[in-house]
Ligand binder design. Sequence first.
Ligand code: GDD
Length: 348
Amino acid sequence: ILIVWQLCNYYYYSFIIMSTYLVAGAGGFIGGHLVKSLMSQGHNVICADVKPLQYWFQLFDENKNYSFDLKEYENCLKATKGVDYIYNMACNMGGMGFIENNKAECMLSVLINTNLLRACLINKVKKYFFSSSACVYNAKKQKEVFIPGLKEEDAYPAEPEDGYGWEKLFSERMCRHFTEDFGLETRVIRYHNVYGPMGTYDGGREKAPAALCRKIILAKMNKSNSIDVWGDGEQTRSFMFIDDCLEGTQKIFNSKLTDVYNLGSDEQVSINQMISILEEISNFKVEKKYQLDKPKGVRGRSSNNDLVKKILNWSYKIRLKDGLKMTYDWMKIEIDKHGSNISRFTKS
Ligand code: GDD
C-alpha cells in the first residue's frame, strides 16, 4: 500500500511539475511576479514580452525568455508551442497619464489577445487567462467621489474608459466566444489598480501609488516641501497589493469559475488620503500643488469583491498602509541606487 501511495504521489507531483505555462507580458510588473510564483511551485515557465530583456522587471535565465511582439501571430504560435496554460498579462498600458494620451496604442493590444487565442486552438492549450481591468466599468457609475464598490454587472450598458477600457471589454468578450464556439477554457479577471515593488515608478506610465511614493521620496531627498498632485486630490480609488493579486489570480485560474470577476480591495481612499499615509510612512510633510489640467480619469472607483469572496473565500489581506510601506521602502533603495532621474524600468 505504501509503495502504491508513493507512486501516486510521484505521478501527481510529476504531473504538476510537467505543466508548462506561458506568461505573456513576463517582463512587466504583474507578469514578472507571476513568473517567480509559478517557478516556486515547480512549474516550467515560458516567458514572452515585447521589451528588450534588459528592461524586464524580473528575468530568470533558467526559463525560455522570448523578447518579441505578441501582436504578431507567428510569434504567438512560437510562444504557445508545447504550452499547457497561458496567463496573458501583456498589453501596452500605464496609469492615467499614459492611457489618456495613447488610446490607439492601447487598443492595438487587442492583437495580442486575438492572436494568442487563435494560437491556443492550433497548439491545443488547455486554459487561457486574460487580465482585464476596472477600466471596463461604465463611466456614468463613477461620477461621485465615494461610490459603492463596482459589481461585475456594472460594466453594462457599455461606456468604458475610452481606448484602453474598450479594448479590455472587447477582449473579455472574445474570450467568452472562444469558450462558447471552440470549447477553449478561459478565465478573466478585472484588476483594480495593482501596485507594489518591482513596477514602473517613472517615465510616464506609473500609476498613482508609485508616482506619489516617488514624488515624496524625491521631495524628502531634495529637501523640497511640495509635490505636484494631479486633479484636486479628492478623487478616489481602491488599490490592490501585488501579493493579493497573485494569490487571487491563481485561485480563480485553478478553479472552475468561468465568468468574469473583480479582483481588488474595497479600501477606497482619496488621493489626498493616500498622500497622508505616505507622509506617515516617510515621516515627512508635503504641501500639495494641485494640477487640475492633468489626466484624472473617473471621479471615484472601488471594487466589490462579494462574488469571489462568496465562491472562493478570497479576500485581499494587505492593507493599503502596509502595501505602500513595502512599495516605498523598495523604491527608496532603487532611487538611492540608480539616482533620481533615471530608472532602468522606464522603457515600455
Ligand atoms: N498616475 C498618476 N500620477 N496619477 C495621479 C498623480 C500622479 O502623479 N497624482 C494624482 N493622480 C491621480 C490621477 O489623476 C487619478 O485620478 C488617480 O490618481 C489614479 O490614477 P492612476 O493610478 O494613474 O490610474 P487609474 O486608477 O485611474 O487607472 C489605473 O488603474 C486601472 C485599474 O484600476 C490605470 O493604470 C488603468 O490602466 C488601470 O486599468
